[in-house]
Design a protein around this ligand. Structure first.
Ligand code: AMP
Length: 301
């Protein structure tokens, strides 16, 4: 496995593969990898076939974190990540630093550990999806998706993937990225891979590391709420009023002392528009603080 740290070296490699007609599969991540990430790597490997190559990027993108968020403490373990990627048969691990991705973003421009995109000295172009990114995560984290679409567009221009794999765990992100790739004519196929879960149903996430043991137990509430919503829809002959179901699930979640619902939404999985009535095929997404850790999950009902 090759480790590449500069934009120019990565682009050179990618252009070489393209000239030889090799397909490029790509999995962008923020590192601290787990089996959810590995499932995306496996999917990418299958997609590009024997002659294809798979690139994984690890970059904790400062512009998708707000100043109050966990950028400075975001978990990192590059040695372990390298081993995991090598074992998964990844061809290239792309690990650019902030200075490579956002030139001249000097340490003096950090604000409480966060590099602020609005103070970059040599960066002033953003990619903004203006519809699907507005609700849910976009309400709670207003600048988040601008950071995501911008960095993903940059990474696509660096890695030149034919196929990029994203996780259903971050459902809204996958839909927003798909729309961006479509709207801006990126010649890449976006694939969404299913959420990988712990035995008790908790979705794997790098942020689970923050959970204290009793919080870890309570974190299963997100999965239980999704399951409860599925049961309700299944057993009900008529569509279920969204307001009523939301209240029931919020109550169920918040019986855990450490859990506080940030949002809980029922919506159309294509348009992400909120729905007043919940039925089979409706999508649920929720964000819940468990202690200080904000967890998200979603599922089709
Ligand atoms: P992150 O490192 O959290 O930015 O995630 C990188 C990619 O892995 C994103 O496309 C996520 O949606 C995906 N991912 C994260 N957790 C899971 C999971 N439990 N199952 C499947 N994919 C995941």
């Amino acid at each position: 496995m090759r480790i590449v740290t500069t934009v120019s070296a990565m682009q050179r490699l990618a252009r070489g593969w393209k000239r030889k007609g090799q397909l490029i599969g790509f999995v962008p991540t923020m590192g601290y990898l787990h089996n959810g990430h590995v499932s995306l790597m496996n999917k990418a490997t299958r997609q590009v076939g024997k002659r294809g190559v798979v690139v994984v990027s690890i970059y904790v993108n400062p512009t998708q974190f707000s100043p109050e968020e966990d950028l400075a403490n975001y978990p990192r373990d590059l040695a372990r990540d390298k081993k995991l990627c090598r074992d998964a048969g990844v061809d290239v691990l792309f690990v650019p630093g902030d200075k490579r991705m956002y030139p001249r973003a000097g340490s003096s421009r950090r604000d409480g550990g966060t590099i602020r995109s609005d103070v970059f000295s040599d960066f002033s172009t953003h990619v903004v999806e203006e519809s699907l990114s507005r609700g849910m995560e976009g309400v709670s984290r207003p600048t988040h998706f601008r950071g995501v679409t911008t960095v993903v567009a940059k990474l696509f221009n660096i890695v030149l993937p034919d196929v990029a794999v994203f996780g259903a765990k971050d459902f809204q992100q996958a839909v927003v990225v798909k729309r961006m790739a479509h709207d801006l004519h990126f010649p890449v196929k976006i694939i969404v891979a299913p959420t990988v879960r712990e035995d008790d149903g908790l979705a794997l996430s790098s942020r689970n590391k923050y959970l204290l043991p009793d919080e870890r137990e309570q974190a299963v509430a997100l999965w239980q709420a999704i399951q409860q919503a599925r049961e309700t829809v299944k057993s009900s002959k008529a569509p279920v009023p969204a307001g009523r179901l939301r209240s029931e699930l919020k109550w169920l979640i918040e019986t855990r002392p450490a859990a506080r619902v940030d949002y809980l939404e029922f919506f159309d999985p294509e348009t992400l528009q909120p729905l007043a009535e919940v039925r089979r095929g409706t999508h649920i997404a929720l964000a819940v603080f468990v202690g200080k850790t904000r967890l998200i999950d979603n599922g089709r009902l």
